[in-house]
Design a binder for this molecule. Structure first.
Ligand SMILES: NC(=O)c1ccc[n+]([C@@H]2O[C@H](COP(=O)([O-])OP(=O)(O)OC[C@H]3O[C@@H](n4cnc5c(N)ncnc54)[C@H](O)[C@@H]3O)[C@@H](O)[C@H]2O)c1
Length: 251
């Protein structure tokens, strides 16, 4: 079984969906997890459901708040010690909006959560990891990280960007003990789309994707991939993107 004993992991977007399944998998593997989400209610449910409560602490915070980035790392460090693993998982959709319907507010919101926040958290976590000569990042990308029709323009650009961040960090810091890899889930049954139904134009795009979609995954189909990437089993992976989509994108 994959072993994360003695490891400290910080997971964003941990209150629901894929992040919530990641918390359960990491705790089961022996990690101590500092879970961050903007929803206090979701974090409360997470705490109530965890098998080993002493292995979990939570922080209600918005990843787009620069002050919250420092608070996350300080909180994890104070509770469990230096952070070994950062999972940049929080993400939002863009209602599948094409460029001609996308306003600056939508663009800024989606890029802020999906790309700028992971950049800031990675940048803030790096100095301590570099000083210790080890550290792992697991970024939740998407098949929209390499395809053009799996989201609207903001989501697609944000997830392409997150893959770029993954590769740049791996290339820059790999020789100094840092591993930075990504997962590209296909379609996962979560609440991601709940507050962001496709726009009319977005539906047309979405219908094309739905035509070939395999059965949707659950968060717990994706969490083992994150667990693997976070563990020593993935010691030879850096800058990699693992596509977890039941073959959707090879059709
Ligand atoms: N569900 C899918 O089909 C799918 C496919 C590919 C990639 N992904 C990616 O997986 C990740 C997780 O998505 P999910 O499907 O589990 O979604 P979800 O909506 O079920 O869970 C996301 C969690 O992130 C939190 N969150 C959102 N914005 C935040 C912010 N600004 N600060 C702090 N927390 C915030 C939400 O409160 C929620 O608990 C996202 O990055 C998403 O883009 C999902």
């Amino acid at each position: 079984m994959t072993d994360l004993n003695g490891q400290v992991a910080l997971i964003t977007g941990a209150g629901a969906g894929i992040g919530c399944a990641m918390v359960a998998a990491f705790v089961a593997a022996g990690a101590r997890v500092f879970a961050v989400d903007r929803s206090g209610e979701a974090l409360e449910a997470l705490r109530a459901g965890v098998a080993t409560p002493e292995a979990l602490d939570t922080l209600e915070a918005d990843v787009t708040d620069p002050a919250a980035i420092a608070a996350m790392l300080a909180g994890a460090q104070a509770r469990f010690g230096p952070v070994d693993i950062v999972c940049n998982n929080a993400g939002i959709l863009d209602r599948m909006m094409p460029l001609d319907e996308t306003d600056d507010a939508m663009w800024g919101r989606v890029l802020g959560v999906n790309l700028t926040a992971p950049m800031r958290l990675t940048r803030a976590a790096l100095p301590d990891m570099l000083a210790r000569g080890r550290g792992v990042f697991v970024n939740t990308c998407s098949i929209a990280s390499f395809q053009g029709g799996r989201g609207g323009v903001s989501y697609t650009v944000s997830k392409h960007g997150l893959l770029g961040l993954t590769r740049a960090v791996a290339a820059t810091y790999g020789a100094r003990g840092i591993r930075c890899n990504a997962i590209a889930p296909g379609s996962v049954k979560t609440d991601l789309a709940a507050g962001a139904p496709p726009s009319d134009a977005g539906w047309e795009l979405r219908k094309k994707g739905l035509a070939t979609r395999p059965p949707q995954a659950g968060g717990d189909d994706i969490a083992p991939v994150a667990l693997f990437l976070a563990s020593e089993d993935a010691r030879y992976l850096n800058g990699a993107l693992i596509v977890a989509d039941a073959g959707w994108t090879v059709y």
